[in-house]
Design a protein around this ligand. Structure first.
Ligand SMILES: N[C@@H](CCC(=O)N[C@@H](CS)C(=O)NCC(=O)O)C(=O)O
Length: 230
């Protein structure tokens, strides 16, 4: 393990930043959390993520790593502690495949289901697609407690938005995506994830996130409308 200091540039309500933070916690890496004001980005963020200008960014000594899933893999390799990715090459490929699925296929209908207005003609299609995607992910649990087996691993971290954030979005927007009857394994997984002792140490409370997203509801709705045809 290298002893250079670790700093994480994160954002208060960001599930992507949570990915990086929970990976550091699971590996037992001490870090300093720098909370970014995303409406007024700092020089530090712009310097270390000039391409995307997004959080999270991990600063390790004088090097920086951006993009949450890249960061999680970096943390897994750069530090000792329990492995986050499966050791078996096939299982590792599967975990990466489904993590990519979450970011590339799942994220948009998930976001749009919540934030595109009820009166929008595309809303039903987004909700249908988001629920179909959730069913695909539920099948990946395959009777296991976590996607990674008995403990939180790479895919659980990648899916974190579906554990805490989904309930928050449901409360703020009135749209329901998860229910116990349709997705029992997923709902059990979400509950186990948010109650994991290590995860809890860096997970924002549901009430704090509800307040955060309620205050930004109009902004997210405007963003959904602006990206509808992209
Ligand atoms: N693909 C990026 C997404 C990161 C992302 O979207 N971060 C948001 C916070 S949740 C952000 O920095 N938003 C600021 C902006 O959009 O200007 C990752 O996985 O790290």
């Amino acid at each position: 393990m290298t002893s250079e200091p670790v700093r994480l540039i994160g954002g208060f309500g960001s599930p992507f930043a949570h990915r990086a933070e929970v990976a550091l916690r699971l590996k037992g890496v001490p870090y300093e959390l720098i909370l970014e004001d995303l409406s007024n980005k700092s020089e530090l963020l712009l310097k270390h993520n000039p391409v995307h200008k997004l959080v999270p960014v991990v600063l390790h000594g004088d090097r920086s790593v951006a993009e949450s899933l890249v960061i999680v893999e970096y943390i897994d390799k750069a530090f000792d502690g329990p492995p986050l990715l499966p050791a078996d090459p096939y299982e590792r490929a599967q975990a990466r495949f489904w993590a990519q699925f979450i970011d590339q296929r799942f994220a948009r209908p998930f976001f749009m289901s919540f934030w595109i207005g009820d009166d929008d003609e595309h809303k039903k299609a987004f909700v249908k697609e988001a629920k179909e995607n959730l069913a695909l992910l539920e099948a990946q649990l395959k009777g296991r407690r976590f996607f990674g087996g008995d403990a939180v691993g790479f895919l659980d971290i990648a899916a974190c938005a579906l554990a805490r954030w989904v309930g928050v979005m449901e409360e703020v927007t009135g749209v329901t995506l998860l229910n116990d009857e349709e997705l029992p394994a997923f709902c059990r997984w979400a509950n186990d994830y948010v109650n994991d002792e290590t995860v809890k140490q860096c997970l924002r409370s549901r009430d704090d996130l509800v307040a955060y997203f309620s205050a930004r509801k109009e902004m997210y709705m405007a963003r959904a409308r602006a990206t509808l045809h992209k």
